[in-house]
Write a protein that binds this ligand. Sequence first.
Ligand code: SF4
Length: 400
Amino acid sequence: MKYPCALYIHFPYCLYKCHYCDFNSYALKEREIPFGSYQKALLAEWRKRLPHFDPFPSIGSVFLGGGTPSLMPPNDVADLLGEIRRSVFFTDDVEVTLEANPKTISAKKLENFRQAGINRLSVGVQSLNDAYLAAFGRIHSADDAREALKLVRDAAPWRGAAPWRGAGFKSWNADLMFGFPGQTLKQWESDLNEILDFGPPHLSCYSFTVEEGTIYRRQIQSGKALPPDSDLQAEMFEMTGNLLEKRGYRRYEISNFAHPGHECRHNLNYWNYGEFVGLGAGAVSFLYEGTEGSKDFGYRTTNYKEPGRYMDALKDSPIWFDREEIPRETALAEFFMMGLRLTGGISEEIYRRLFFLDAKRPNEPLFTVFRKMGWVGEEGIYLTPKGRLFANQIMSAFLP
Ligand code: SF4
């Protein structure tokens, strides 16, 4: 495998469960989080996975996500990344991101994370409106978020045009949400403008969704909360793109915007159907194994979700995950679904490399229909601005 792979590390603990959250995360008081045992399990998993690769592919990106990985002691992060770095090759321009909740960082902690090897931060701002933050169970206030944005901006050397020179954080992202029930277009625009004043080189702007099994879903079912207004969300989505493009950002994925050179390499690997290894409770790994003509393209493993079960399995069992083979037909459909998220669409080069020259597009008649509706471009394979509004429906149509 000559292309770098991505490494994801999941930290599943949070101080409170946000009402819209369906991630594999568990709320505990800080003193109850089993930092030491979890760290041991992550290292044990890494050591057990290593011998299965010959050799292990080089690593182009690492992403510590969660949960709230910024709760982790920076020394634990340093030890973990240190051991991984000693056992495999990291590319020279490796991107190492940590997701940070505004309530859990300080200038000192950021500096310690930087020394531990983190070179990119993703700050979970979500909103600069106290009413929405409180209503959705975020543990931070709007002022905490402003303070965190200042800290991160000052810790990152990037100032608009200057390239990264190797000190401080290489880049950073602000994670935002829009379309909360009750939020107006004007409120969202004002939040967005205020965040832009901090000069984030990268922005992720997701529309608020109500997932199965969340606290918010139960509140709607019992009549205590309202569902989001999808028409207003579509207007907000359009306004977001226009405003950010006017301010020099390029939309490179449906919900992600960056100044040139600040695109998230780790997520690009997912959208380009690259290989990745996931460590931690519930983490997913995806690796190719097929050769031309073989039935299966690759396989996916999903670690046990519940952290206690995951940690126990790593202590005394050879298996801590479920494994699923990925037939070529499924892989091709997934590749299309992921690639259509990118503004540039499916990469012909990767398409040929992964599926060989004779690969046929899955569900060709559907493409014709989508083209006629103006949802998919005429040249190449990408979603038009109109198609982006129906992205989920279009992408799920490719599943076998
Ligand atoms: S901080 Fe993130 S992972 Fe934790 S509960 Fe909130 S949304 Fe979920």
